[in-house]
Write a protein that binds this ligand. Structure first.
Ligand code: SF4
Ligand code: SF4
Length: 178
């Protein structure tokens, strides 16, 4: 697996402790379980992403969040390597909602405009076509040649409404800026 997540530059600002950060996380649904993590490491040892990555460690991310390393957590692209498989949540002896805590952290990162370009690109594709990636004309012609039925047309009005409801406009605007 390609494994070169961009890490934020380590300077005094990035490493500043913000004691309010964990409370911000704990305010969100399932985020409150962050407080009972006792750092056993079962999440990391069962995480399929961690198995293939030298830098992705859910236990470490949770610890940094507990300590208040706001910028180090939110600016790290490593946060986005989670596939939301929920294995960690199933294995945690403390019933920490690990995958959901990570989701809360990603949501906080999005609010700060910290979104890896690939995610804004995928969101823009869904907005424009209803598909997560733009299907090339050549692929569509090939389908027709092979006698396959045309791909279903997406309900773009429905997609539009969903994006509006989920507050995705801001995300798409930042995508345009990139
Ligand atoms: S398995 Fe649970 S208690 Fe153990 S480190 Fe992970 S989140 Fe914390
Ligand atoms: S949900 Fe994320 S952190 Fe948890 S095991 Fe799956 S990939 Fe790892």
């Amino acid at each position: 697996m390609a494994d070169k997540p961009e890490m934020p530059k380590m300077n005094a600002e990035t490493l500043k402790l913000d004691p309010s950060f964990k409370y911000e996380v704990m305010k969100e649904h399932d985020g409150e379980t962050l407080k009972v993590c006792f750092q056993c490491g079962s999440c990391t040892s069962s995480c399929p992403t961690a198995r293939f990555s030298t830098s992705y460690r859910p236990r470490t991310i949770l610890r940094m969040a507990q300590l208040g390393l706001r910028r180090k957590v939110l600016e790290s692209q490593t946060l986005w390597l989670c596939t939301a498989c929920f294995t960690c949540t199933d294995r945690c002896p403390q019933n920490v909602e690990v995958a959901n805590v990570l989701r809360v952290l990603r949501n906080l990162a999005v609010k700060k405009g910290q979104i890896p370009g690939i995610f804004t690109e995928l969101a823009s594709n869904i907005y424009a076509t209803g598909y997560v990636y733009k299907i090339p004309e050549m692929r569509l012609r090939k389908r027709a040649e092979l006698g396959l039925p045309p791909l279903p047309k997406a309900n773009l009005d429905g997609v539009d409404k969903l994006i509006e409801l989920a507050g995705g406009r801001k995300l798409l605007k930042s995508a345009e800026v990139r």
